[in-house]
Design a protein around this ligand. Structure first.
Ligand SMILES: Nc1ncnc2c1ncn2[C@@H]1O[C@H](COP(=O)(O)OP(=O)(O)OP(=O)(O)O)[C@@H](O)[C@H]1O
Ligand SMILES: [Mg+2]
Length: 503
């Protein structure tokens, strides 16, 4: 039998799907199909409708127009459990792990059947360990989820969906918290799932990744499906054109450039000096200085200690030894309020740590500085005014201060996190993966803002595990490996290769 010329029939189809949130049209007459054993990439700018489409597939929303067929039969999932029961599993863009439960408990979603009324923890832990080992992961499964770095949590989350037995696996921005070696491992794993006949939908703003692992790619733009391409015949250039329209040539340039050469910037006085800072088990003997008007990258893979270091600088954790000085004054914060008062702003890696999703955009933006604002006339109008300026500066879309943050697309939520910290200009700004999961337009905007803060004399520490992020904006980069600073890179030595070598 010769099947090589026939197109495999899809196992899942969406036909003329439309979805509205109140007055917002998130999807309009969209068609989509998925084949057995296929990796189907899904790309589009922030707000294009990618997550919405996947949520319909995963049973999160059932109020849509159009038809869905699974294995040829019409379906309309009434709940995520319903979709799961029919073999569809989704890893959400926003981590949905249970922070206070162990890795094993998260992996199983529920506890294994009890024996004589007792939870069979031993068996659960053993099976969890085995599952993760198949993924090449060496994690202590009894660790509480909240104690793991976001990247590891992301992998556990993916593992959970995979081992729930899903036939169709949706990955919404799965790599944005992962280091390059972890991404490789995930891609290898995706390839092996494919050979088992599973189908995957892969959403990412990293177009090279999408081109590499997808068989076909669907492009969404402004709620519409604008193309379905064979990945092997497509280029990044082509995807960008379809995503943003042919007119946006500047944006296109930044999508396609790997990095820009940082210009030389005049730097001011030392703002932050750390001397032999040590936190037992996490980092040791870390010394460096940060000047006013300088952006310094802090590069390292997951678990190199950079996050703990940053959290110590912000008073969220304490260091054991060493000295930290801000504008010459030796400080040792016991909490984040002290750090905020001293002029330090910290944008954390997981945006949900600092957002109240049910609350209005304006409340989220003004929250970080309520005590200061309180001294003045605090009324809703004052808050909305402050927020409106930020919404405008950061191009938060839709520009409605009274909308709950949870109604924004992922990229726009990230802008709200930034906005929150920019209502007052800090002395020291610590950014932890500030452009994760946001499209290039938003990325450019964030970078422009960080640049303008540099011009205002802010000292910025930019933490990222993505070499491109650091190269695009940092004047200098520090590299950490296993809790130690291994390199300081400037000028022509500041290259992707060197970052990766020392990390
Ligand atoms: N719960 C909601 N209520 C109201 N509007 C929403 C809601 N969720 C999404 N939207 C809107 O629907 C549109 C599509 O959002 P969606 O999250 O699907 O975009 P996306 O392509 O996943 O973007 P991103 O790359 O930023 O994650 C956006 O305009 C968004 O603001
Ligand atoms: Mg999304």
């Amino acid at each position: 039998m010769n099947v090589s010329n026939t197109t495999p029939s899809p196992i899942l189809t969406l036909h003329r799907i439309s979805k509205r949130y109140g007055g917002v049209t998130a999807l309009e007459n969209v068609d989509f199909d998925l084949r057995a054993g296929e990796v189907h990439g899904l790309v589009g700018e922030n707000g294009a409708g990618k997550s919405t489409m996947m949520k319909l597939l995963a049973g999160v929303y059932s109020d849509y127009e159009g038809e869905m067929h699974l294995h040829g039969a019409p379906v309309r999932f009434s709940s995520p459990a319903d979709a799961q029961a029919q073999g569809i599993g989704m890893v959400f863009q926003e981590l949905s792990t249970f922070q206070h439960l162990s890795v094993a408990e998260n992996l199983f979603g529920r506890l294994l059947p009890a024996r004589r009324g007792l939870v069979d923890r031993k068996r659960m832990n053993h099976e969890a360990q085995m599952h993760l080992q198949q993924l090449g992961l060496e994690i202590d499964v009894t660790t509480m989820m909240g104690h793991l770095p976001v990247g590891t949590q992301q992998i556990v989350e993916i593992a959970r969906v995979i081992f729930s037995g899903a036939q169709i696996i949706i990955l919404d921005e799965p790599t944005s918290a992962l280091s390059p070696p972890e991404i490789r491992r995930l891609f290898d794993f995706i390839a092996s799932l494919k050979t088992q006949g599973k189908s995957l939908i892969f959403i990412s703003h990293f177009l090279e990744d999408v081109l590499e692992i997808s068989d076909r790619i669907t492009v969404l733009k402004d709620a519409h499906q604008v193309a379905v391409l064979e990945a092997k015949d497509s280029s990044k250039h082509q995807l960008v054109e379809l995503m943003i329209g042919a007119d946006a040539s500047i944006l296109q340039q930044s999508y396609e450039e790997e990095s820009q050469i940082a210009e030389e910037h005049a730097v001011g006085d030392v703002v932050l000096a750390v001397e032999q800072l040590t936190q037992q088990g996490n980092f040791r003997d870390v010394s460096f200085e940060l000047h006013a008007g300088e952006i310094v990258g802090l590069f390292g893979f997951m678990g190199a200690g950079q996050i703990q270091l940053a959290r110590c600088l912000f008073g969220a954790e304490q260091f054991d030894e060493g000295v930290m000085r801000l504008n010459g004054r030796s400080l040792n914060f016991h909490n984040t309020t002290q750090a905020k008062t001293a002029g330090i702003a910290y944008v954390p890696e997981n945006r949900h740590d600092s957002l109240m999703l049910q609350q209005e955009i304006y409340k989220n933006i003004t929250l970080a500085h309520l005590p200061r604002l309180l001294g003045r006339l605090l009324n809703q109008k004052a808050e909305v005014d402050i927020a409106s300026t930020q919404i405008k500066n950061l191009h938060i879309h839709p520009p409605r201060p009274t909308l709950p943050v949870g109604a924004l697309s992922g990229g726009n939520q990230q802008k709200v996190v930034l906005a929150k910290w920019l209502t007052q200009t800090p002395k020291l700004l610590i950014l932890n993966e500030p452009t994760r999961g946001i499209d290039v337009g938003a990325k450019d905007e964030v970078m422009t803002i960080v640049n303008s803060l540099r011009d205002q004399g802010v000292a910025t520490l930019l933490i990222s595990a993505e070499p491109e992020t650091i190269l695009s904006i940092a004047d200098r980069a520090l590299v950490m490996r296993k809790g130690r600073l291994t390199a300081e890179l400037t000028g022509s030595r500041l290259t992707k290769e060197n970052l990766m070598t020392y990390a």
